[in-house]
Ligand binder design. Structure first.
Ligand SMILES: [Zn+2]
Ligand SMILES: [Zn+2]
Length: 326
C-alpha cells in the first residue's frame, strides 16, 4: 500500500509499505481512509518543528481522517490513543493520558491506503454524512474541547483571532451559543468569504477595528503578536482561550497588570477528550454543524506533494486542504 511517510525532518515522500494486519484479539480494526485533512501541524512534523516529546520518526502523516470499515461502514476515529488505566484517563481527561500516543505522530497515520485503529476509538457516522466533511471532526473536536473549557455564556460577544481552519471552525462552533456577535480578526483579505460562510458577523484585518471588551477571545493564529492582541481585546472578567501553537519555545510578553486588573482567565486547551469527540460526532450526525464550507482544496493521495505545497501558502482563499482516496 501507499503511505505518506516522513522518514526524518524534511524527508517526506509517498512510499510503498506492507499492508498492516489487524489483530482482532488486540481490539484493532482495519480502516480504508477516504479523506485525510492536512494542517499546520503536519507541516511542523515535516519540518521537525514539533516538540520531540510528541513525535516519533519515521512516521506516516494523517491525524484528521474519515474512512470505511471492511463491511463499508463509514467511520471516523480519535487520534489520541489513551491508555485507559492512568489517573488522567480515569477522570476522563484522555487528552492528558500519562502515555502520549497519537495516530499520525507516534503511530502510523491515515495518509495511506490502509490504517489500523483501536476499535474503542472508532465512531460510526450516520447514513448520508459526507466523508470529506467528516474528516473535519478532529479539528472540530479540538475547538469544541477548548470552548467547553472556556464555558461561553449564551448570547456572548466573542472575538476569534486567526483566519485559518481552526479560527474558522471556532466561529462556526460558537454559533451553538447563539452569540450576540462573533468577530473574526484575520490576516488575509482573501479569507473574507470563508469568514462569512463560517457565520462571522464581522471580518476585519485591523485589530483597532476589531475593538475590545469581548467576553471570550479565541486565539487561533499561534503567534506571539496574536496572543498579545487576544489578551488586549478581552473585557474585564473575560476569558482568553489559547488554541494556536506558536512553535516550541516561543514566548510572548504581556502586560501583567492588565491581566490582574482585568480579572482575566487565560486557558490553554490541548487536543480533545473522548467525551468531546463523541459530542462532536453527535453534532455532525445530527446535522447541527456543517463544517464543509471550510474545505477549499482536494488532492488525490498521489498528489500529496502539491497538497503540502498548497498548505504552505499561495494566493486565494485557503481553508482545509484534503487528501482524497478512492
Ligand atoms: Zn491537525
Ligand atoms: Zn491514560
Amino acid at each position: 500500500m501507499r503511505t505518506l511517510r516522513v522518514d526524518r525532518p524534511h524527508a517526506v515522500a509517498l512510499t510503498d509499505a506492507p499492508s498492516p494486519a489487524a489483530d482482532p484479539e488486540a481490539g484493532e480494526l482495519l480502516v480504508r481512509p477516504r479523506a485525510v485533512g492536512l494542517c499546520g501541524t503536519d507541516l511542523e512534523l515535516v519540518d521537525g518543528a514539533v516538540d520531540p516529546a510528541y513525535v516519533r520518526y519515521p512516521l506516516v502523516l494523517g491525524h484528521e481522517w474519515s474512512g470505511v470499515l471492511a463491511d463499508g461502514t463509514p467511520v471516523v476515529g480519535e487520534g489520541i490513543v489513551p491508555c485507559g488505566r492512568c489517573a488522567a484517563c480515569g477522570r476522563g481527561a484522555t487528552n492528558l493520558c500519562a502515555t502520549y500516543d497519537e495516530i499520525g505522530f507516534t503511530r502510523p497515520g491515515a495518509a495511506a491506503d490502509e490504517l489500523l485503529v483501536p476499535a474503542r476509538l472508532v465512531h460510526r457516522l450516520a447514513p448520508g454524512v459526507d466523508l470529506a466533511e467528516a474528516a473535519l471532526v478532529e479539528p472540530m473536536a479540538v475547538v469544541l474541547r477548548g470552548l467547553r473549557r472556556a464555558a461561553p455564556e449564551p448570547g456572548l460577544r466573542a472575538l476569534v483571532v486567526g483566519d485559518g481552519t481552526i479560527g474558522l471552525l471556532a466561529v462556526h462552533l460558537l454559533r451553538l451559543w447563539s452569540p450576540a456577535e462573533v468577530c473574526l480578526l484575520g490576516r488575509r483579505p482573501e479569507q473574507a468569504g470563508l469568514a462569512a460562510a463560517a457565520g462571522a458577523d464581522r471580518f476585519t484585518l485591523d485589530p483597532e477595528e476589531a475593538g475590545g471588551g469581548y467576553q471570550l477571545v479565541v486565539e487561533a493564529a499561534g503567534t506571539p503578536e496574536a496572543v498579545g492582541t487576544a489578551l488586549g481585546a478581552a473585557g474585564r472578567g473575560g476569558t482568553v482561550l489559547l488554541l494556536g501553537l506558536a512553535g516550541t519555545g516561543r514566548t510572548a510578553a504581556f502586560p501583567i497588570d492588565e491581566l490582574v486588573n482585568g480579572d482575566l482567565t487565560v486557558r490553554g486547551s490541548f487536543a480533545y477528550t473522548s467525551e468531546v469527540w463523541r459530542e462532536t460526532v453527535g453534532l455532525l450526525n445530527a446535522g447541527e454543524v456543517a463544517p464543509g464550507f471550510v474545505i477549499t482544496h482536494r488532492f488525490p493521495l498521489a498528489e500529496a506533494a502539491a497538497a503540502l505545497a498548497t498548505l504552505r501558502g499561495g494566493a486565494g482563499p485557503r481553508g482545509k486542504v484534503l487528501l482524497t482516496l478512492p
